[in-house]
Each structure stands twice: as structure tokens, then as C-alpha cells.
Design a protein around this ligand. Structure first.
Ligand code: DON
Length: 579
């Protein structure tokens, strides 16, 4: 089956002569966007990202002797220029690193932090009601950015040592300074983002025409202020961002909008190392992001619950499989609402939530024939066991090192404002806090004390850069995706598609997705699931809703000596570049 895919891919690409680079045609696609159901193949190293130029920049770093971390840092800075809706230096995220030498896994938390002057009631109006405008459309929702600190830490501590930070930022600076041609993907996102960008002259000057219409495909986008900010980081390291002129301009923009971020908040930001969450699924080891992300905990928890069901027997996208997965998802999201938050402020019972024994208890509450209404589900009790935008990219290098990185501004273009003079889009990440117990954020997620706003707290995330190792301990999958609350369930489905249903990586990335997060009590399904199946699910008591496609789960599967890239066809411009 696998061989068939490989040889078909080879035949198709040679026949079309597509994506060939250099004189002799390569034996397989090294550098390609999505081809239906066929992974992109490479032998030595690969970068899979949501944008082609950035993917190629990372691939070139690998070719020049950089390791996966060097390449990831270069991609991270490049996406801030080429994928401004989500790539960023004004936001934050998480990087999971696998070092082949010593078989080490490292989780770098560079999530944004709330400024010191953040009250628990910051997003409530004078009547005590949550006002989403405050968290989503004002600088009160802007967290202290973590990306620059995170990428710099990664390069310094886990890079190959062959490249300086300045060398890894240089391609991004060139693109920002000299400009590049807007492609379909960027043009589409600018159309979506235009209304918010238009509110700020500093944003409009970069991304819109003088008449207020967004740049279109074929236009030339230059980001001079961003180039200067990146140059300051290249010259001075993170200090070039967190102190001095850039920091002052960021604070000025925040102050002008009525926010509270100070120079001290910026100077005090630190990326931190966390212990990755570990679990297993049918003998495969899962490594993912720990709190302040909920991603890893709930991926492992859902997989633990599913391990007790013979999904292979039911088949992919069958009503039985979707039903059992949806029921497991609901239980995890109920726990998320109570137990997950910033571990520096709230004790998160990671071991309890990810324990197979706890999963067995939860599994026993699932009715195989009928959906449990959300109202009948409440957060469980794991304690007794206790001892629209983001982007994801992956890198695997020739030595078997790997990086899985998800970072974000939260919404498309964050809150829409470029801090004047910096080229830096401000995030609205603090909307990920539970502004008030039980009141949903932009992703419909509810929470309570564990995720209440507060000084220097990191808001709870769902971002989950993830890796899977086969039963012999070899790296087999590097994956992740944007998609807010749906990130967790998308990754569970990709892992199950590969392990339970033996799909190749491109098939699993393309497979129609479904998602249930307990509240709202709805089973969200992409188009592509059979109407017969949807009828069966409805008869089982699920409130099935068809929703637009979601996610962008760029992934790399390692299969023997071959790297196979899966790029998500739901977004324009997704790319895997190998060599
Ligand atoms: O950290 C989180 O969970 C969210 N801020 C991620 C937002 C996101 O994925 C939006 N992309 N579609």
C-alpha cells in the first residue's frame, strides 16, 4: 500500500515535470504543495509550513548544515514577514524540540504573559459582564509577546552553533526590506482582515492601498519598519526587541490604546522550558505541549480513552468511530474547563488527567450507542491519581532532530493594529483567559479560576505541537495545527488515522474533520463525511452541524529512510520543502 503511494507519487511528478529543481529531475517531489492524497517526499531534511517562501528558507538552512532548530528559527522569523496574519514577532507560542543525540525532548513555552497591571476583572464592563470588545479589539487583550524570546532561546541553546541569530534572521529581513509578491493565500487573508486593519493607519499603510482596499495577488508588499525591528533583533539579540526603541514604541502604542503594558513588562518577559507531556497510544509514544497549553494533556487523555475501543474494526469516519471519539472529546473538554491554567499560578493535575486509570473510569461512562448530553457531563475528578489565526510548522533534519512549532497572534492579524514605527502586529491573546467563570471566549471555550486573568499569567492555550515515536522509539510523526479549541481534536484524529487506519500522512491531513468540545453541545463536522453517517450520528443523539473546513495541519511523517510531508489543502500556499 505504502509502496504504491510512493511509486505513484514518483510517476505523477516525473510525468508532470513539476517542482523539479536543478539539472537532473529529482526522483521524487522534494519541494511541493499538496497533491491529492500524496505526501511530499524527501530523504535528508524537510520543512512543512503554511507558506512556501518560509518553508524554503528553512530547507536552505538545513542544506547549509543547520539543524532542525536553526531551520525552525529561520522559518519562525520568515513567517512573521510572509504570513503576517499568523506568523509573528508580536505574539507567542510553543516549540517542541526532539534532539536525536541523547534522545531528549524539550518544550519551550514562549506564550504571551499578561502585564503586571492586569486585574481579574479586566475584561468585564461596569455591570460585571464580559465585554469581548475589551479582550478581542483593544490593547487590553494584548499579552507581552514571547516569540522573539522563544526563538532566540531555541537558537542559542539547541541550534547547531553553525549560525548566529543574525544569520537566521537575515532572510526575513531581506524579504521585509525588499518586499515580495503577494500571493493568493495572503491576498485572501487580507480580504478577511481588511476591516480590522483599516481601523489603524499604521496597519493600513502596510497592508492596504491608499483607497483602503487590501493588497491583492500580484501586488508588492514591503514591510520596512518590520525590517528595521528585525535588524535590531539581529544586531542586539532579544534586547533589540524587549528594550530600547522597539520596546518604547510598543509601549507607546499600548498606552495610546488605554492598555497597561509597561517597559518593565517587556524587559521582564522570559521564555521557559517545561516538561513535555508524555503518553502512549497502542504502543506508540506521544510527546506534546504541557500547560499553559491544554493541548498535550487532552490529546493524551482522549487517546487514553480511545485506546479501549477497537477503532480499526469500526473504520475511519464510520458513525461508531466518530461517536466514540466525540464522546471522549467532550469528557476532556469538560475537564479542561476546570483543571487547566498557567501552571505557575495554578496546580494542574497533569499526571491525573493523563493517567490511563482515570481514562478507564471516563471510558466506562461512554454509552456506545448514544450521545451523552453536555448537561449530563461535568468535569471529572482526576485528583486521586495525582502523584481565526495561528500557524504551525515542522522541521526534521538529516540527523533525526525535529522541531514542531505552533505560534500565534490569536486572531487573523491579532487585534489588527501594527504598533506604529515597528511593523509589529499586536496580539489579542489575552482573550484566551476565562474573562468570567462559565462565559465563553472567542473559541467558545469556558473556564474558571484556573484560567482567570491575572498579573504575569499566561492564558491557557490549545496549541499543541506534537511528536509521535513508534514502539521501537523512533520518531515517526511531527504534527500540529492552528484552529483554536479544535487543535486538540484535529491532532487526535491525525494520530488515529495513522495508527488505527494506516493512512499516509497526506491522507490523514486531508481527511474530513469533526470536533466536539462539550460546550456548545454540538458535533461540528466538515463536509465530506457521508450523509448516511451523519444520519446515524443524529439518531445517536448528536447535534450534527456542517461547518467550513478548519485547521492547517502541516505534518511530517518519518518512514524508514524517507521523510513524507503532509500539507493541508484547506489553506492556500501550504508547502513542504525537502532535500
Ligand atoms: O492559544 C490558543 O489556543 C489560541 N489563541 C489559538 C488561536 C488559533 O489557533 C486561531 N487559529 N485559527
Amino acid at each position: 500500500m505504502r509502496r504504491w503511494h510512493l511509486s505513484l507519487a514518483t510517476t505523477v511528478v516525473l510525468a508532470l515535470g513539476a517542482h523539479a529543481t536543478g539539472a537532473a529531475p529529482p526522483p521524487f517531489p522534494l519541494d511541493a504543495g499538496s497533491a491529492r492524497n500524496l505526501p511530499v517526499l524527501a530523504r535528508r531534511g524537510m520543512v512543512a509550513a503554511q507558506e512556501r517562501r518560509a518553508a524554503r528558507i528553512g530547507r536552505d538552512i538545513l542544506r547549509q548544515g543547520g539543524n532542525a532548530v536553526d531551520a525552525a528559527v529561520a522559518v519562525g522569523f520568515a513567517l512573521a514577514v510572509t504570513l503576517p496574519q499568523a506568523g509573528n514577532i508580536g505574539g507567542g507560542g510553543f516549540m517542541l524540540v526532539h534532539l536525536a543525540k541523547g534522545n531528549r525532548n524539550i518544550a519551550i513555552d514562549y506564550r504571551e504573559m499578561a502585564p503586571v497591571n492586569t486585574a481579574t476583572t479586566v475584561f468585564l464592563d461596569k455591570n460585571g459582564n464580559f465585554d469581548p470588545k475589551l479582550s478581542q479589539q483593544s490593547v487590553l487583550g494584548t499579552g507581552v509577546p514571547g516569540t522573539v524570546a522563544g526563538l532566540a532561546l531555541a537558537a542559542r541553546d539547541y541550534g547547531s552553533g553553525h549560525f548566529t541569530l543574525a544569520q537566521l534572521i537575515a532572510p526575513a529581513i531581506r524579504l521585509a526590506r525588499d518586499g515580495f509578491t503577494v500571493d493568493d493565500g495572503l491576498a485572501l487573508s487580507l480580504r478577511y482582515g481588511a476591516a480590522r486593519l483599516r481601523r489603524y493607519p499604521s496597519s493600513a499603510a502596510i497592508f492596504l492601498h491608499p483607497d483602503g482596499t487590501p493588497l491583492v495577488a500580484g501586488d508588492h508588499l514591503v514591510e520596512s519598519d518590520l525590517a528595521a525591528t528585525l535588524q535590531a533583533i539581529a544586531d542586539k539579540g532579544p534586547e533589540g526587541f524587549y528594550r530600547g526603541a522597539t520596546a518604547q514604541r510598543l509601549v507607546d502604542a499600548i498606552k495610546a490604546g488605554g492598555g497597561h503594558m509597561s517597559l518593565a513588562d517587556l524587559a521582564g518577559y522570559k521564555a521557559v522550558l517545561r516538561q513535555p507531556v508524555t503518553g502512549s497510544y497502542r504502543g506508540h509514544t506521544i510527546i506534546s505541549m504541557p500547560p499553559p497549553s491544554s493541548g498535550g494533556v487532552h490529546i493524551v487523555q482522549i487517546l487514553n480513552i480511545l485506546e479501549g475501543f477497537d477503532l480499526a474494526k469500526y473504520g475511519p469516519l464510520s458513525a461508531e468511530t466518530i461517536h466514540l471519539m466525540a464522546e471522549a472529546m467532550k469528557l476532556a473538554y469538560a475537564d479542561r474547563s476546570k483543571y487547566l491554567g498557567d501552571p505557575d499560578f495554578f496546580h494542574v493535575p497533569v499526571a491525573g488527567l493523563t493517567s490511563p486509570a482515570y481514562a478507564a473510569k471516563l471510558r466506562a461512562t461512554i454509552n456506545p450507542d448514544h450521545a451523552r448530553p453536555a448537561a449530563d457531563i461535568a468535569p471529572g475528578n482526576p485528583a486521586p491519581y495525582e502523584s481565526p489565526q495561528t500557524t504551525h510548522f515542522d522541521v526534521v533534519d538529516a540527523d533525526g532532530n525535529a522541531v514542531s512549532n505552533t505560534y500565534t497572534l490569536n486572531f487573523f492579524y491579532g487585534m489588527g493594529e501594527v504598533a506604529p514605527g515597528t511593523g509589529v502586529l499586536l496580539n489579542n491573546e489575552l482573550d484566551d483567559f476565562a474573562a468570567k467563570p462559565g462565559v465563553a471566549n472567542a473559541f467558545g471555550l469556558v473556564g474558571g479560576t484556573a484560567n482567570a486573568p491575572g498579573p504575569r499569567k499566561r492564558p491557557l492555550s490549545s496549541m499543541a505541537p506534537t511528536m509521535v515515536f513508534d514502539p521501537q522509539g523512533h520518531l515517526e510523526l511531527v504534527t500540529g495545527t492552528p484552529g483554536g479549541s479544535r487543535i486538540i481534536t484535529m491532532i487526535v484524529e491525525i494520530i488515529s488515522d495513522i495508527i488505527d487506519f494506516h493512512m499516509n500522512i497526506q491522507e490523514s491531513v486531508e481527511a474530513p474533520r469533526f470536533h466536539d468540545q462539550w460546550l456548545p453541545d454540538i458535533l461540528f463536522c466538515e463536509r465530506g463525511i457521508s450523509p448516511d453517517t451523519l444520519r446515524l450520528l443524529t439518531a445517536m443523539g448528536h447535534d450534527v452541524r456542517i461547518v467550513p473546513a478548519f485547521g492547517s495541519a502541516e505534518s511530517i511523517e518519518v518512514r524508514g529512510s524517507m521523510l513524507e510531508g503532509g500539507v493541508d489543502p484547506r489553506q492556500r500556499g501550504t508547502w513542504a520543502a525537502g532535500y
